[in-house]
Design a protein around this ligand. Structure first.
Ligand SMILES: [Ca+2]
Ligand SMILES: [Ca+2]
Length: 460
């Protein structure tokens, strides 16, 4: 079974880049000429430099031409075409050529045009004026009836770039806890009871989690009945945001306060303040959106969403409380988390770090860490031990923080600009690296065939 976050493939499409002041349309760029030349069509070529008087080859380009002349204001603009072999008054004999040699494959003449009036061997485009009767192309005398200013629509080829695929835009933690890493990697992370670890550290966002020992029976029975697991669960999550205005948003989601399946108003506590540690609480009500500058908090049925959206470091965090099924002792609820960067990886202010955050390392390749291999024999007792070795730089203790809203640890990116990604060459020797599935999202968040099925599967 694939989880929903495994299916969030990023959609990558080619984008067209234009020089400053030019408007992309299709694969080309348009603008109105900065000067009017001498008012006649033959002189417009230099007025358009470095582009040329525009050819308009399809409806998309026609829309682009109309949009730039509409923005510029006046009515009529030259296009780069010349009529040859026309006979005055014969509206069918005109043969048009684009000055840039493109094939004449599309035309957007206004009603009643071209009307082959005398000497109308050049082409203009007229924006909607008056009753709109003449919006569109018109044949026109190349000397503009001997009058002065007439500007042109200019065109240059855009630069087409296809951004590199980002194989996984989401990373997550679920259960006791299984990590789905960016670019498709996975690992298990037990942590130590009562310790708090940084999962994600970025320029203006930090997410810590606290672990608690928890024992439970593996699901689903009856296939593997009576297997006891002594594991850990995330029972509290702590978010620190530095807002674009320099204020502090602090959020705690406490699974210990959840009763039944419903989030109550006191499961999430938050503050939004100019002080790093504020006594002014935000009253987080289920079903309501709470803003803190550009950040938005929303607590639903059991899921807290935090949208952190300054330019250059934008993330969506979801934290969902779940019951600990077939619990024996320890936490009665756990937290599952997911992290989505909504800024392209290459544009983040600093490359992220933290146990999960470091997997956005810019290379698009999956790195797997240590995984707990659950026993499959009736009556087995198993204590988890994997600590994401191989998928994290250094040791787990490097990620321990000393209090819930602590943003400082060995690899912290908080408040730091331009820091590079972790180095995969420095990961532990047990590193198992596999080529990322190009252009696809991580498929690691769900159960997979080579392991014991992961228990209760959630969709955040
Ligand atoms: Ca005409
Ligand atoms: Ca990677």
């Amino acid at each position: 079974m694939l989880s929903r976050f495994a299916l969030l493939a990023s959609v990558v499409s080619a984008s067209v880049t234009c020089p400053d002041g030019w408007t992309p349309s299709g694969s080309n760029c348009f603008r109105v000429s900065p000067s009017s030349g001498l008012g006649d069509s033959p002189n417009m070529a230099s007025a358009c430099s470095p582009g040329a008087l525009a050819s308009v080859l399809d409806a998309t380009e026609n829309s682009g031409a109309i949009s730039v002349i509409t923005a510029a204001g006046t009515a009529d603009y030259w296009l780069g075409a010349t009529k040859i072999g026309a006979t005055i008054g014969d509206t069918t004999s005109a043969a048009w050529q684009w000055d840039d040699g493109s094939a004449w494959s599309y035309q957007g003449f206004a009603n009643g045009e071209p009307n082959q009036a005398m000497n109308q061997d050049c082409l203009i485009i007229r924006q909607k004026v008056g009753d709109g009767k003449h919006q569109g192309w018109m044949d026109w005398p190349c000397d503009n009836y001997g009058r002065g200013a007439k500007y042109g629509v200019c065109k240059v080829a855009g630069t087409t770039s296809t951004p590199p695929p980002s194989p996984s835009v989401i990373a997550a933690s679920q259960g006791d806890p299984h990590l789905s890493l960016a670019h498709g990697g996975r690992a298990d992370f037990r942590g130590h009871h009562g310790s708090t670890y940084n999962f994600l550290s970025t320029f203006s966002l930090s997410v810590n989690v606290r672990m608690a020992n928890t024992s439970f029976h593996l699901r689903p029975p009856p296939t593997y009945a009576n297997i006891t697991v002594h594991g850990t669960m995330i029972t509290e999550a702590y978010i620190v945001v530095r807002t674009a205005r320099g204020r502090w948003l602090n959020v705690t989601y406490s699974a210990e306060k959840v009763q039944g399946d419903h989030a109550r108003r006191d499961v999430v506590t938050a503050s939004c303040s100019s002080q790093a540690a504020s006594a002014e609480p935000l009253s987080v009500q289920p079903g309501q959106v709470h803003p803190c500058d550009e950040n938005l908090l929303y607590l639903g049925f059991s899921t807290l969403e935090v949208n952190h959206i300054p330019s250059g470091d934008s993330w969506k965090i979801k934290i969902k409380s779940m019951p600990v099924y077939d619990r024996i002792s320890g936490a009665h609820h756990r937290l599952d988390l997911s992290f989505v960067p909504t800024t392209p990886e290459a544009q983040l202010v600093s490359m992220p770090h933290g146990i999960i955050g470091q997997s956005w390392d810019g290379d698009g390749r999956a790195v797997d860490g240590a995984l707990d291999e659950y026993p499959q024999t009736e009556g087995a007792i198993f204590t988890t031990h994997a600590m994401a070795e191989g998928a994290i730089e250094g040791t787990p203790s490097d990620y321990e923080v000393s209090y819930p809203y602590d943003v400082s640890f060995k690899h912290s990116r908080f408040g730091k600009r331009g820091l590079s990604a972790r180095s995969t060459s420095r990961l532990a020797s047990s590193l198992i690296e596999s080529a990322a599935k190009e252009g696809t999202a991580s498929s690691s968040a769900g159960a997979s065939g080579d392991r014991f099925p992961r228990h209760p599967h959630v969709e955040l």
